[in-house]
Write a protein that binds this ligand. Structure first.
Ligand code: NAD
Length: 339
């Protein structure tokens, strides 16, 4: 029985890089029944809504989605795509693995998985201005909400991720020296849960600013990092920078009722329609999806073919220093896979 997966090709370069990804998965023998659905500008054009209910219902049925980048329409009346997806499926864990693919860069042995809490913290959007005298915006206040429940489930997710993949260490990033209540609660919960994994997964905690410096100096020291929403947002781009930028960065959004896999980059309007986009990030996201579906061996084979193609440099896209089109690059990955 083929595994049902909702496919959202997305906007801009989305359709071409998701097509490329499907070709590679097909060549690797993945038995998936794709349910194509619209979101983003494509859905606004077709249905007047960037996240149609039909798309949400499809994800609810399949419980797994592969998503191309979406253009977020600016303007009144449109639902935020990410908020709608996060709320409906409680996508609490944002998982971003980064590792060195292209040798000869600044760092050789980076292999880090960032696990970011995605539903709490400063990003819950509870904020307001306070008027003083005739200045309506004299003061701005934002509320950071950290719950024991939310902290426990994200830290546990990080430990389970580490334990199930043979990873050695979880580093918890916080600012409990200043934010004694919110970051302090997150740290306390982390320390408690770490005890359950003693002897299996090491644990350390590091203050976020110190971690930023240490990551730039010695990124190879880190394995799995777990942190709250805002710190995770900033760290995820820092980590992508350590391994050469967003072009090779996949992400997974894991929820209680569904999981969604995507590239970290956007719709690349400057190169859309030119057939030169690099499909690697979506392909790597599809590998995360295969692992999620219990097909880790196929994910490993695809990743190996992709990395070998990139390292050989003969048939790579412009952003990787080559001249190949999306199709030529994809053909080269498929040839490796089948060779
Ligand atoms: P972007 O990531 O689309 O592009 C930044 C630069 O990277 C561009 O020069 C682009 O050509 C290049 N680039 C990105 N992906 C590439 C690829 N696969 N191959 C080769 N080059 C690539 O960022 P942006 O320009 O800030 O955003 C464009 C649109 O994408 C916006 O509408 C934004 O809202 C949306 N966006 C969506 C997501 C998502 O759906 N996950 C994420 C980020 C941005």
């Amino acid at each position: 029985m083929p595994t049902p997966v909702t496919l959202i090709p997305g906007d801009g370069i989305g359709p071409s890089i998701t097509d490329a990804t499907l070709r590679v998965l097909d060549a690797a023998g993945a038995d998936i029944a794709w349910d194509r659905q619209l979101a983003g500008m494509a859905a606004v054009t077709a249905a007047g809504d960037p996240v149609p209910d039909a798309t949400l219902d499809a994800i609810e049925r399949s419980k797994v989605a592969l998503k191309g980048p979406l253009e977020t329409p600016v303007g009144e009346g449109y639902r935020s795509i990410n908020v709608a997806l996060r709320q409906r499926f409680d996508l609490y864990a944002n998982v971003r693995p980064v590792y060195t693919i292209i040798p000869g860069g600044r760092y050789e042995d980076v292999d880090i998985v960032l696990v970011r809490e995605n539903t709490e913290g400063l990003y819950i959007g509870i904020e307001h201005y306070v008027r003083i005298g005739d200045d309506p915006r004299a003061v701005a206040e934002s509320l950071a909400v950290i719950t024991r429940f939310g902290s426990e489930r994200i830290v546990r997710y990080a430990f389970e991720y580490a334990a199930s993949r043979g990873r050695k260490k979880v580093t918890l990033a916080h600012k409990a020296n200043i934010l004694k209540a919110s970051s302090g609660l997150f740290l306390d919960v982390g320390r408690d849960i770490a005890k359950e994994y003693e002897g299996r997964v090491e644990f350390e905690d590091v203050i976020i600013d110190a971690l930023a410096m240490k990551l730039v100096l010695n990124p190879e020291r880190y394995d799995v990092i777990v942190t709250t929403n805002l710190f995770g947002d900033i760290l995820s781009d820092l980590l992508a920078g350590l391994v050469g930028g967003l072009g090779l960065a996949p992400g997974a959004n894991i929820g209680t009722t569904a999981a969604m896999f995507e590239a970290v980059h956007g719709t690349a309007p400057d190169i859309a329609g030119k057939g030169v986009a690099n499909p690697s990030a979506v392909l790597l996201a599809a590998c995360l999806m295969l692992e999620h579906l219990g097909d880790a061996e196929r994910a490993r084979r695809i990743r190996e073919a992709l990395v070998a193609t990139i390292r050989e440099k003969k048939s790579v896209t412009r952003d990787l220093g080559g001249t190949a089109s999306t199709d030529q690059f994809t053909d080269a990955v498929i040839a490796r896979l089948q060779g």
